[in-house]
Structure formats: C-alpha cells, structure tokens
Ligand binder design. Structure first.
Ligand code: MSP
Length: 615
C-alpha cells in the first residue's frame, strides 16, 4: 500500500504559495502575532551575490552572555521501558564530550531528558497497568538514577510532559502555522509504532516489517495536520552543500543527502487517535506528533524553572545547540525534519548533528523493542562506572557499530585500567614509600630535563586533545593509554628498584625517575578525566591533591610540570581493582577442551571500585 496524502485544492494552493496564510479546513486563530520576513530567514546575501548561510557555522561555540558556551544534547529517551546499555551509550559519550569542553574552559550546557508522549508510551503504560503520567514518572526517574550511577553530570534534564515544555511546543507550532507551513489533509500509510513514524513501503522488509524493530507496520488512515517539509528541499540541499560538517561522521552526510535528493514529502505532525500528547493549538481533537513535540525539548530545556517561559527567552539562553548527539536510527529526524522546522520558525539551526552507531548483540541492534538488551544497572554494579564508560568509548569507534562481549570487556578493562594505569601508579608509589618517604625529591620539570619521555607525553596529550575535539573518543582513549604504555616502558628500562639498591648517584637518579613516572600519572589523570572521572580522581588523590583541586583542573593541567619537589604522596591503594574471573571459570578454561564450551563467563570483582564520594 502506498502512503498517500489527499490535500484539498485550497491546501494545495497554499503550498504553491507558501508564504500566504494557509487556507485551512478549520478556522485557526493565531493568538501570538509575529512578523516574518518574506525572505527565507536562513539566508543572507553576500556581496559576491552568492547566498551564504548564517545559521550554522564551522565553529562549535555559541556566545551566550558573552561567554563561550558549548550546548550539547543527547536524544530525549522514550520512557516505554527503563534504559538499556544502548541508551546509556549516547549519554556516556555526551558526558565525556561535555567534561572535555569544560576542561577547555567552556560554559557547557549539557541537555538530556525523557520523551514521554505518544502512542508507544501510552501503550506501554497500559501494558504495565499504570496510567501514563505515573508510568512516565517512574521510568523517567530510572533514567536519572542510571545517570547518577554512571557519573553523568548533565546540566538540564527535560521531560516532555513538563508544562514549560508544552508551552514552548505550542508557541513553536503557532509560529510554524503562522508561516504557512501547516495544513490539514488525510493520510494513509504504514506506521511503525516503535519508530513512531510512517514508513515508505520500499524501506520495509517482508510482511511490511520495520527493518529496525523487525515488527510489522500497521496500516493507518488519519485526518492530520501536515508540515510542509517539501518546501525546504532546496534550502536543506544548500545548507548541506555549504556546510557539510553539519552532519557527522562524514559518511552519514551521504545518507542524508540522498534522502533529500530522493524528494522530501510533507509529514503528518498531529495524531487524531492518540490522546497522550500535547493538544494541537485550537484543535484539541488532535495531539501533536511525538517527534514534532520532543525535538523542541532541546530548546525548552534551556528555560529556567519558575520563570516565564517563551520561545524567545529559551532561545536567548543557549540556542543554537553546538552539537546534537544521536544514534544513526534517528538521523532523518535531526538532520532533515528538525532543521526544516527550525527554518520555518525563523530559528537558527544547530551547528552539528553526530549520528553514532549501534551497540549490537549477536549483530542485532540492542533495543527495548527487540528485548535483547544489556542491563546497564547490573553492569555498573558489577564493574563500576569507570569500567563501563571506558570500555564502550574505547572499544567502539565512535560512529560505528560495536558488539558487546563480557570476556572482551574484562580483558580490556583489566589490561588498560588495572594493569597499564593502575599498576604503574601502584608500583611507583610503593617504591616512593620505601625509598623516599612518600616525598618527591625535585620538581617534575627538573627531573625530566633531557628525558625524551616528556616530549613523547606532550605529543600524546596533543593527540588526545585533537581526538576529543573531533569526537574520536576511542582514539582519545588510545592516546591516553599510549601515555601509560610509555610510562611503563620507562619504568622497565630504568628499573629504579635496581638503581635504589645500588645507592649513591644511581639512587638519586631513581628518585628522579619516580617523579617522572608520577608526573606521567598526573597527566593521565587529567587527560582521562572526561572518560573515567572517578578513576582520575583516585589517581589525583593519591598524588596528594584534594577533591577541590581535582574539580578545578583544566586541560592546561596536562602540561608537564605540575608535580613539585617536596610534594607528599598518599599511601598506594589500587585505583582500579582487577576483575578476577570466577575461579570455577578459570579452572574450566584451563581444562583440556572436550566438545563445545557452554555458558557465560562468571565474574567476581575482588574489590569494589569506590565512588567519587568514597575516594
Ligand atoms: N525519543 C526518541 C528521541 C527523541 S530526541 C528529540 C528516541 N528515543 S529512544 O529511547 O528510542 O532512543 C534514544 C537513543 O538511544 C537514540 O539515539 C538511539 O539511537 C539510541 N539507542 C537505542 N538503542 C541503541 C543501541 N543499541 N546502540 C546505540 N544506541 C542506541 O529515539
């Protein structure tokens, strides 16, 4: 069945002349009055006669109140079910980027939240025997709890059922309507409730199954309000041509361009059959389509509680966003629908949309609808937030898909965090205690004079910074790990334990070597803090710094020379406890293999990783 829109002749005419007030089938009174330019608001005419864009820019900062502000968002998560590891992934990545930008000295507004309206939510509330509002409260809270467990330091948490959000959505809708971009029509098509989207028949699998959710789409016929997306075909093409960095990674840009090239069709932005939503202004028989509603959360989140809410104020508090971080499945909404909606409302576009890949299990997208999820609460409880954050950011190339396996998880975090980083600190502090009474003999700058390791570390720090800036989070982790590797190599080559035994000048040299390695550890703590904040704090604490000192670090603290002679270090204790395989499993692994191995690796954490408060 082909999706079909039947517009009235009047509506069709209004589309041909889109800047006129639309001839709606229902009278619409626009309470707010706006003045719109007849020119599309997102272009300016340059002196060369070429049209230039001013709504997106290559720089990622916006200026609010004169400060350098970096506004980044995660998607607003559906509250049909509690979070799984796939939803946590975007938020972990966003938190690391936010922490990095804060280290650079930016004022960061990190927005996350929950998407609570629509058919999918109403259905899952009913299936759980709850009313939708109760259901939303409960599940939304489970997201907040997980973010706390994972050390996610967001600045704004928006719920789409918050009255302040509803006010912004209605005002935005009214603006778009006043711009002539909303009209009424019948629609007939195939709907995927899990995606909350009408699908094109050609993108579906056998039996009209949605390729993402593997469930059949349902035939729907409705009388809805439509957004005139088709009107924005050319402007969108131009925006992408002039600012190709708008969609990242670059290979996703091609996908977006080809959707646009294949022809943009108007889409329905209201639902007659769904009660659980924001009523359409002046037509309470319809509710606003959940995507048209939720995307506005990126703006309504900027508002302050208990203050008068309107679009203009919200925008002045931080719009446009510097970065929308999303999964690749919702790219079309963010890179096509959302920019067109913003243009229609005369608002600037976000500066960048980054579509990351999926966490998969057995090659299939991990998801609530497919029921093949990985429990993030369990994972954090078992292994601590640093291990979870580090593993997914280090293991999955940001942008690509990545599969989870417990064996690989344990192998990676043990090798990198427990051995390369944790052990190095432990060994060095042990030697310092034994030979130097916990005290550094000279400044790290003096200790490193003529030592090539210092240059190596400086180069790797630069590499980490560039990678963080480019959102190459895995490579950023790798660069930090290389610093650890370089420190270990130095330790092994210098063998300070042996030099101490020799005494005299050799022992003096060994004492300097310890300063050098501890400085390496300090640099690692700063450079890894966006990804593994608790671990970094524990390292910093053992180097004799207070929590306040750690909380005020900036990226410039990666510069060699922080540790000073006379500084007293703390007693060594493992900053990252090695995860031991269950002894039964180890025994099993060492036995000669007969037939096929069954069952999952059982793990036991020998020492619970302390939280920030405990560190
Ligand atoms: N509610 C919409 C977003 C509205 S934004 C204004 C939504 N919610 S969702 O809960 O279904 O998905 C939220 C995010 O989680 C999406 O970016 C999605 O890609 C991501 N993930 C969900 N499962 C995932 C994996 N298995 N792997 C990685 N990310 C995935 O869409």
């Amino acid at each position: 069945m082909a999706a079909r829109i039947n517009t009235s002749l009047h509506n069709a005419l209004s589309l041909l002349n889109p800047f006129n007030t639309p001839l709606n089938t229902k009278p619409f009174s626009c309470r707010n009055s706006f003045r719109f330019s007849k020119k599309l608001p997102y272009y300016s005419q340059s002196s060369s006669g070429k049209r230039a864009l001013y709504c997106t820019s290559s720089s990622q900062e916006s200026t609010v109140d004169g400060a350098d502000t970096f506004v980044l968002t995660t998607p607003l998560y559906y509250v049909n079910a509690p979070p799984h590891m796939g939803s946590a992934y975007t938020t972990i990545a966003a938190d690391s980027i936010a922490r990095f930008q804060r280290l650079l000295g930016k004022k960061v507004i990190f927005i996350t939240g929950t998407d609570e309206h629509g058919e999918k939510i109403a259905t899952s509330a009913a299936a759980n025997g709850r009313n939708p509002a109760e259901h939303c409260d409960l599940i939304s809270q489970s997201y907040r709890t997980l973010w706390k467990d994972l050390d996610i330091a967001y600045d704004k948490f928006i719920r789409t059922t918050d009255p302040k959000h509803e006010a912004i959505v209605k005002e935005f809708y009214t603006r778009v309507f006043a711009n002539g971009d909303i009209y009424r029509a019948d629609y007939e098509g195939l709907y995927c409730v899990n995606c909350e989207e009408y699908k094109d028949e050609k993108e579906l699998l056998e039996n009209n199954c949605c390729p993402v959710h593997q469930a059949p789409c349902v035939a729907r016929k409705e009388d809805n309000y439509f957004f005139a997306l088709s009107k924005y075909q050319k402007p969108l093409e131009d925006i992408l041509a002039q600012n190709p960095r708008f969609v990242q990674p670059s290979y996703r840009l091609n996908e977006v361009q080809s959707w646009i090239k294949s022809g943009l069709r108007d889409f329905s932005i209201s639902r007659a059959l769904v009660d659980w939503g924001i009523p359409v202004p002046d037509d309470d028989k319809q509710t606003i389509y959940v995507w048209f509603d939720a995307l506005l959360g990126y703006i309504s989140a900027l508002t302050e509680d208990n203050k008068q809410q309107n679009l203009e104020t919200a925008v002045s508090l931080g719009w446009p966003a510097s970065l929308h971080l999303i999964g690749k499945d919702i790219l079309r909404f963010h890179a096509v629908y959302w920019p067109a909606m913003l243009m229609s409302a005369g608002l600037n576009l976000p500066k960048m949309v980054f579509g990351h890949g999926f966490l998969t299990k057995d090659g299939m997208k991990m998801g609530k609808s497919l029921g093949n999820t990985l429990e993030p609460f369990e994972l954090v409880q078992k292994f601590g937030p640093d291990a979870v954050r580090y593993f997914f950011l280090r293991e999955v190339e940001f942008g690509n898909d990545g599969d989870y396996s417990e064996d690989r998880f344990i192998k990676i975090v043990n090798a990198h965090l427990a051995n390369t980083i944790g052990n190095l600190l432990n060994r060095t502090l042990g030697l310092l205690k034994k030979n130097c009474e916990f005290t550094l003999v000279v400044d790290s700058t003096i200790a490193a004079e003529g030592v090539p390791l210092k240059d190596t570390v400086e180069k790797l720090v630069e590499k980490a910074r560039t990678n963080y800036e480019n959102l190459s989070l895995s490579s950023a982790c790798e660069a930090v790990l290389e610093i650890g590797n370089a420190g270990n190599t130095y330790m092994d080559q210098r063998a300070p334990w042996f030099l101490f035994k020799q005494g005299g000048v050799s022992a003096e040299e060994a004492a300097k070597d310890l300063v050098i390695i501890l400085e390496v550890m300090r640099v690692i703590a700063v450079a890894l803090s966006p990804v593994a904040p608790c671990l970094s704090l524990r390292i910093y604490s053992q180097l004799g710094y207070s929590v306040d000192q750690f909380n005020s670090i900036t990226w410039s603290d990666t510069k060699w020379g922080g540790l000073k002679g006379g500084q007293v270090m703390e007693q060594a204790s493992p900053v990252f406890a090695r995860i031991e395989l269950n002894p039964e499993k180890e025994e099993e692994e060492n036995k000669p293999k007969v037939g096929k191995k069954t069952g999952k690796a059982k793990v036991k954490v020998v020492e619970q990783t302390p939280t920030v408060a405990e560190a």
